[in-house]
Every structure is written in C-alpha cells, then in structure tokens.
Design a protein around this ligand. Structure first.
Ligand code: C2E
Ligand code: CA
Ligand code: CA
Ligand code: CA
Length: 277
C-alpha cells in the first residue's frame, strides 16, 4: 500500500507539473478517457505449471492517454477508487474482458481484478452477470481477483456476493496474498477458490537457496492445499523459478517469463502458438 501511495504521488506530481493540472483535472481526464475509449485491456497468460498448458489470462487495464501514451494502472486506479469513478471504470473492464474472452476457446478463463470499492456497490452481482450475458461468456470462464482489503468494512455483504457468484460457477481468487492485512482468519471466512502468491516473495526466489522466501512460499502452498485452494505464483521471470514452484506443488504460474501482458488481438495468436508447442 505504501508503494502504491508513492507511485501515485509521483505520478500526480509529475502529471500536474507537466500539464499544470490539479488532481480534479486529472479526474476529469479519466472521465473523458472513459467516454473517448482511451481505456483498453491487456492480457497476461496464466499457465498450469504441471502440464505447461494455458489456463487463461488475467485482464489488466491500460490508459492510452492522448498525450502521455500508455499509463499503467497503479497510477490511476487509486485515484479512480478514491473518487468512486472505479465503479464506472470497473464495469467497463468487466464488460470488455468478458467480450474479449468470448472469442477464446471455451476451456480458457479470464481473471478480472475487482476493486474493494466495487464491493460497496449493491449491483455488483448484477453487473457481473450482465457482463457474462451480453458477451455470451460461460460463468465458468470468469474468475474475479480481489484483495484482502475487501474484508475491512462490509464483510457480510462480501461473503454474500462471493457465495452468489460461486454458486453460478464464477471462480474467486485472493490476490497479492501475503501482503496487506493478512489475517489468516479471513481464509476461513471468504469463500475462495485460489490464492495468488504475491510477486514480492517470488522475486527473492530466483536462487534455490533463499531459505526465508522458500519457507514462506512453501508454507503458503501447503496451507492452500490443506484448505482446498489452488495457487497461482505471480511474477515468474525465469525457467529456474518454474522448476522451483512446480516442485513445491503450485497449480498455476504467471509472469514475464511466459509473456508480458499483451493486447486482445495478440491473445489469439498466442493461444494458437501455445497449442502448437
Ligand atoms: P496485480 O493484480 O497484482 O497485477 C499483476 C501486475 O504485475 C501487473 O501489473 C503485471 O503486468 C505485473 N507483472 C506480471 N508479471 C510480472 C513479472 O514477471 N515481473 C514483473 N516485474 N511484473 C509482472 P500492472 O498491469 O501494471 O497492474 C498493476 C496493478 O494495478 C495490478 O496488480 C492491480 O492491482 C491493478 N490493476 C490492473 N488492472 C486492473 C483492473 O482492471 N482493475 C483493478 N481494480 N485493478 C487493476
Ligand atoms: Ca490481480
Ligand atoms: Ca497480484
Ligand atoms: Ca498488486
């Protein structure tokens, strides 16, 4: 959370300096960007570590700013959250991701990040089912990723929403696991399918003998297995890491080693080439 705050701040400062704009003006730029279709979704493969097969993609939003070029989400998502604009943006992301995923083979899933703020809106379930319906995507093809911060306030409502989604086949993954609030008691309360192990642990694990990081990741994986959750390792950047995490029994992996996030059109050739490998 500290890091996000830092990058948010430097982005704001830089943006405001260069453009002589206030935070409010930046907000209005985001609003305009939504109207002008400046937001687009990139996709990063998620891979079954055991078989090497493609399991699906995570949807990651980008802002194609008319002057500044591609802007990363860490810089505008926090402001969109702070201002409540995340609901509109989040709805666009859900709709677009489901639409893009509907042209993939049926066995591939799309994982969509849902901000904790979106859980304060009482139409979230409806919005998600509408996105599935209008794109003709099977609910089994959709996974949502949420962070532990979702549990701070409206805990009972969140559990209700997640139960509702899971009953219809939508999967739920807990993102950035091991960072943030990390009270293990949440794991008993949130209806979950998957834990995504944060990149910060993975970074340190490009050498087999980093005993601390190894111990942490190993124990998260065995905790997940005991609770019947699948696991995804984030931020895999080397073949060596694949071997390590496969050996530890993690289900899925994701990272630059496989592919950086790519645009929707490029997912089709990646899917075809994957099958031919
Ligand atoms: P996240 O959900 O943890 O997404 C993973 C981030 O790690 C992505 O950054 C991805 O590009 C990056 N990444 C993946 N593999 C590697 C790797 O091997 N090495 C390194 N160094 N980085 C890797 P991105 O796309 O900049 O997204 C940053 C964060 O912004 C996301 O973190 C998520 O919290 C948020 N975000 C992105 N898209 C959305 C969205 O559609 N909705 C919401 N609410 N948040 C989003
Ligand atoms: Ca995520
Ligand atoms: Ca993550
Ligand atoms: Ca993150």
């Amino acid at each position: 959370a500290k890091e996000t705050g830092k990058s948010k701040c430097s982005f704001f400062e830089q943006y405001m300096e260069e453009n002589g704009k206030s935070k409010l003006a930046l907000l209005s730029d985001i609003k305009k960007g939504l109207i002008n279709n400046e937001f687009t979704i990139y996709y990063q493969p998620q891979v079954n570590l055991k078989s090497g097969s493609l399991n699906g993609f995570e949807a990651l939003v980008r802002w194609n700013h008319p002057i500044k070029g591609t802007i990363a989400p860490d810089t505008f998502i926090p402001l969109a959250e702070e201002s409540g604009l995340i609901n509109k943006l989040g709805q666009f992301i859900l709709n677009q991701a489901c639409k893009d995923a509907s042209s993939w083979p049926k066995h591939l899933k799309v994982s969509v990040n849902v901000s904790a703020l979106q859980f304060t809106k009482n139409t979230l379930v409806e919005d998600i089912f509408n996105a599935l319906k209008s794109s003709n995507l099977a609910s089994e093809q959709l996974e949502i990723e949420l962070t532990e911060s979702v549990m701070i306030n409206n805990y009972e409502y969140v559990v209700k929403v997640l139960n509702n989604l899971r009953e219809r086949g939508v999967k739920v993954a807990l993102d950035d696991f091991g960072t943030g609030y990390s009270s293990l008691s949440y794991l008993q309360e949130i209806p979950l399918d998957k834990l995504k192990i944060d990149r910060s642990f993975v970074e340190k694990l490009n050498v087999v003998d980093n005993t601390q990081a190894t111990a942490i990741v190993k124990s998260i994986i065995s905790l997940a297995q005991a609770l019947n959750f699948e696991t995804t390792i984030e931020g895999i950047e080397s073949a060596n890491q694949i071997a390590i995490f496969k050996g530890m029994g993690s289900t899925y992996g994701q990272g630059y080693y496989y592919s950086k996030p790519i645009d929707s059109a490029s997912t089709i050739s990646l899917i075809n080439n994957w099958n031919n490998k």
